[in-house]
Ligand binder design. Sequence first.
Ligand code: NAG
Length: 289
Amino acid sequence: MEAASSSSQCSYSYEEYNETADWLMTQTEKRPKVAIICGSGLGGLAELLDDKIIFPYKDIPRFPTSTVQGHAGQLVFGKLQGCECVCMQGRFHFYEGYNIHTVTYPVRVFFLLGVEILIVTNAAGGLKDSYSVGDIMLIKDHINMPGFAGQNPLCGHNEKRFGERFPCMSDAYDRELRVLARQAAEEQGCDSFLQEGVYCMLAGPTYETIAECRALQKLGADAVGMSTVPEVVVARHCGLRVLGLSLITNKVVTDYDSTERANHKEVLRTTEKRAKDLQRLVRHLISKL
Ligand SMILES: *[C@@H]1O[C@H](CO)[C@@H](O)[C@H](O)[C@H]1NC(C)=O
């Protein structure tokens, strides 16, 4: 009883999402069809937009604000290859202390703005042996580890205007969009480092232990990170089509004799190197929608 009431207290009413969306619609005439959530170090994607209109999160009514380093914290509206898009430059992570409803707040705002496709990007650790640092993994499925532990953004009252109580997740990552992404990769010469696999979300902020990495591999996860899954769950609930891309920024340690240690600097360095390729891929993909 107590758990149920506390989780509904932390969630938002339809009117709150509506207020944010309405405000944005009075500030701009742009009506994006595609929303892009830029992962750590991947905010450069937003710079590619033409006719940009920028809203710092702190200026948007009811919008959460971002605290993590390397995240600008703004919504960027504009055109990519002639397609109206909105980019989140800086996302909200559960490990920053936001509750899971806050992490996913923007997704429902996008839905109310009329967005139909959500593209999510992230930096992830490679679990699969055949993956290399710098690979781009097309997400074909996920394991919602925080969800196993009761942290699912759909817990609490179900708002029917967003979606049904028990949404299907077996088709979370749109098959057609994945086909287009593979085509785009081929045409952009990215196919030699394009992978397709299962993303597992952990809450973070600790990186994984060796035993945890081994367990995740056995569970069928190919990459591990600290984001994306809550946003995808909420997007699927309200019927958005989803495409997910993970940049493999490091290989997880699974060997007790290894002296390697996971570190955020390495992640940022790899991201910097490959970010351009990922941007190119997304831009080309959007021209195919
Ligand atoms: C917000 O709610 C009002 C009143 O129901 C409605 O007219 C408006 O279209 C809604 N805005 C959005 C963006 O859904």
